[in-house]
Design a protein. Structure first.
Length: 163
């Protein structure tokens, strides 16, 4: 499977937007790895600040930052008060450092672009690991956040934010 883009696509392992597979990442000197995580974090006090027109830019930025950190971002989604990220995080960065950098940089972006310093994420976040065979399900879950919340078709484990 390594290096075979067609097989990676068939299995749903390539991140949206043409992000590189681990083998294709520039400067990659890590041995083979496949670590899958689902992250979720919320706006401070669960304030509904992430308006529909802002979310695509915010989600694209989060995916871009994840790629910068040499992760494979499989999906980013969310609603007006929280974000979900399905990602393969390389073993060269700790899970807490990875999510901290995503939250920190996306908070800075939000404050510079949309909220003039009045935006913050909650301190907590949720993370669960999952197996490769569940990747397509988790990606679909992340992409369909708005619809799932409207229908109240949620999986509590994937919605839990710290605490």
């Amino acid at each position: 499977m390594a290096g075979n883009r067609g097989e990676m696509l068939r299995l749903g392992l390539e991140a949206p937007g043409g992000l590189a597979t681990p083998e294709e990442q520039e400067g990659q000197n890590m041995p083979y790895w496949r670590l899958f995580y689902h992250f979720v974090w919320a706006t401070k006090n669960r304030e509904p600040l992430l308006r529909a027109e802002l979310r695509p830019s915010l989600h694209a930025y989060i995916a871009s930052k994840g790629n910068e950190l040499r992760a494979i971002v499989h999906a980013v989604g969310g609603t007006e008060d929280h974000v979900h990220v399905a990602v393969s995080v390389p073993p060269s960065i700790s899970v807490s450092e990875f999510v901290g950098r995503l939250k920190g940089s996306s908070s800075r972006l939000a404050n510079l672009e949309w909220f003039e310093g009045a935006f913050a994420w909650q301190r907590e976040y949720g993370v669960v690991s999952f197996g490769e065979r569940h990747l397509s399900f988790v990606v679909a879950y992340v992409h369909k956040q708005e619809q799932r919340h409207v229908a109240r078709d949620l999986i509590p484990l994937l919605e839990r934010i710290g605490g």
